[in-house]
Write a protein that binds this ligand. Structure first.
Ligand SMILES: [Zn+2]
Ligand SMILES: [Zn+2]
Length: 618
């Protein structure tokens, strides 16, 4: 993987040179105007037309339009072109122009001397999500990367948008300035697709102010709200206050939370943007647990206003949408955001100390159990994002044994670094200071390195430098061992700074190296751990376990195994395709542990003071 990446970067470098030459020779287009219509919501077909005015120099050259292969914030490749149909083009006088499909994501049009042309197409969308789009009789909710083609070589050009909504449907997005607005002007295509939009007859909007900035909470509920919306809006305001309290004033005048309660048990997502976020909850607001889950997502996505949307790894924008993005920094961009999600819920008064520490202990239990945690470093996890962030695999993979997600892993790195910085600086600094320093240096003060955004991106070496400076201690060894290497994080050292300790207990008395999922009440092997009893027994993913230790396999199968001890042999029968196979699991010592964060009996007053500052409410 790393080996191939060297070649990959070499390719980017070469193509970047050619791209610069091409852009330098080509003047901007005179105008690019998108028109979005949805005349037949039941078909799930968005209708897009792009009116393009060409400068004289380009009226005889072929023009290429492309659908992105992926879109920012999610790193899996989705090939949005697969949902495009009926691509047509016409000249300014209405005469038809030839459209040629060049490759999987690109169409080419010959203007034949016309200074104006229109390219039109339909795009199917029926996913309510932070990356895809949905049009149905209830609403239209789109994420621009999945429906708007860009003109190749002209992503930096300004673009206009006009939306023709069905009668009675209202439009809202994070760049709406007045009620009834149907047209927008964006500085470039990247900002167009950074502006997800909701169009529907019956969404609601609540508004509040924090330090002179306006926040809108758009809610579209497909299930019962149980009267909880006013309280939800109040709690969202608490989160906004906590996060603005840490970072300082955000760089916008207005911000919009676009929240859907899908009530469908499967749609669930959160996606960050510069002046808005898309949040989709699978349940209904009135259902148990949905309220808190929504606030957690709000705490996470709003933190991205700074961390990732503005303070960003070098490779995150502007992007090449013909290949997946590769960055080493997602354990900071997503992982630290996960840590602050928990911390900000606590600072906003929505979570007590006990719940905050339990959440972190649960993340430790998860991460330490994953075998991939000992094979894949935080930086390598980030570079593997196209495979592990929402990617669909038709081919069987061994990622459950080899990969670790940068979300929980980066969350723990963030917590450990926060505690170490607090300890080393004797309480004078924390990760908050490090993040603010980074924001100031790279976003606010660095010269712009592209058309897309202010400042420039950072590299993980930059974070190492800023951290070391703030803590007054050298963190290069930490980065070598725990960021670029796979050594276990120094939890004991970190927790002892604040008079706490990590305690582990075995979750089960034995280990079988097996994960089982239940599908239609059938016990299906979902993961066989490498070098485990299950692998020794010849088990494979997708095997159906028919009997275990002579009994049927139920959801409590681990209790069945708990009757045995390490070294015991447990008979089982599995169905694989049309075969019935008998095997024996020779159980081993437990490998899965439950972690708890506890008070140290010998905690000093200094350590307790550091803990009070860590878990203070600012
Ligand atoms: Zn909606
Ligand atoms: Zn995130």
């Amino acid at each position: 993987m790393i080996h191939r990446l060297h070649r990959f970067f070499a390719l980017i470098f070469i193509s970047a040179i050619f791209a610069c030459v091409a852009v330098a020779q080509e003047p901007p287009l005179k105008s690019i105007a998108y028109r979005l219509s949805m005349p037949r919501p039941v078909s799930h077909l968005f209708e897009v037309s792009i009116l393009i005015e060409l400068p004289d120099e380009l009226k005889d050259k072929p023009l290429q339009l492309q659908m992105a292969r992926w879109s920012p914030g999610r790193y899996g490749v989705f090939d949005f072109a697969k949902n495009v149909q009926e691509v047509h083009a016409a000249a300014g006088d209405g005469s038809k122009l030839q459209v040629t499909r060049v490759n999987d994501q690109t169409w080419s049009v010959e203007p034949l001397g016309s200074r104006r042309l229109t390219v039109s197409y339909k795009v199917f969308g029926n996913d309510l999500d932070g990356t895809f789009s949905q049009l149905d009789p209830r609403h239209a909710n789109y994420n621009g990367g999945s429906i708007f083609m860009y003109v190749v070589g002209h992503k930096p050009d300004p673009v206009k948008l006009e939306i023709n909504a069905p009668p009675g449907w209202k439009i809202v997005n994070g760049r709406t300035e007045r009620p009834g607005q149907t047209t927008w002007q964006f500085p470039n295509w990247d900002i167009l697709i950074d502006t997800p939009t909701e169009i529907g007859p019956d969404w609601t909007q609540d508004t509040f102010d924090v330090n002179g900035k306006k926040y809108h909470v758009m809610v579209h509920s497909f299930g019962a709200e149980g009267g909880k919306r006013p309280a939800l809006v109040k709690d969202i305001e608490k989160i906004v206050r906590a996060e603005v309290g840490m970072w300082g004033p955000p760089e916008f005048e207005e911000y919009t939370f676009l929240i859907h309660f899908a009530a469908d048990d499967h749609s669930g997502d959160g996606m960050e943007h510069l002046t808005s976020t898309q949040i989709i909850q699978p349940g209904a607001l009135g259902e148990p647990g949905v309220y808190e889950s929504t606030l957690e997502t709000v705490a996470h996505e709003f933190f991205h206003v700074w961390n990732v949307k503005r303070l960003r790894p070098l490779e995150l924008g502007p992007w090449d949408f013909t290949r997946p993005a590769n960055t080493r920094g997602l354990w900071v961009a997503e992982g630290f955001t996960n840590y602050y999600e928990n911390l900000m819920m606590h600072r906003a008064g929505l979570r007590d100390d006990k719940k905050f520490l339990e959440k972190e202990a649960t993340t430790i239990s998860r991460v330490e159990y994953y075998p991939g945690n000992r094979l894949m470093s935080a930086e390598e996890s980030s570079l593997s994002a196209p495979f592990i962030d929402g990617a669909q695999h038709v081919q069987a993979t061994n990622l459950r044994n080899t990969a670790i997600s940068y979300y929980p892993k980066g969350e723990l790195i963030g917590m450990v670094l926060d505690l170490l910085v607090r300890g080393r600086s004797k309480g004078k600094a924390s990760l908050d200071d490090v993040m603010r320093d980074m924001y100031e240096e790279f976003y606010l003060k660095s010269p712009n390195n592209s058309y897309y955004l202010r400042g420039r991106g950072y590299q993980t070496e930059d974070l190492q430098r800023v951290l070391s400076r703030r803590a007054g201690a050298d963190f290069s060894d930490f980065f070598k061992r725990h960021i670029r290497g796979v050594e276990t994080l120094p939890y004991d050292e970190a927790f002892s700074q604040v008079g706490l300790r990590l305690v582990k207990t075995a979750k089960e008395p034995v280990d079988a190296g097996l994960w089982i999922e239940f599908q239609d009440r059938k016990a299906i092997v979902s993961v066989v751990m490498n070098n485990s009893p299950a692998e020794d027994a010849g088990l494979q993913a997708k095997d159906q376990i028919v009997s275990l230790a002579g009994t049927n396999v139920g959801e409590d199968w681990q209790k069945t195994l708990a009757r045995f001890k390490p070294g015991d042999s447990v008979p089982l029968t599995v169905k694989r395709d049309r075969q019935t196979i008998k095997a024996n699991l020779v159980l081993r010592q437990p490998e899965r542990f439950d972690y708890k964060i506890q008070e140290r009996p010998d905690a000093t007053p200094e350590q307790k003071a550091l803990r009070a500052a860590w878990l203070g409410r600012g």
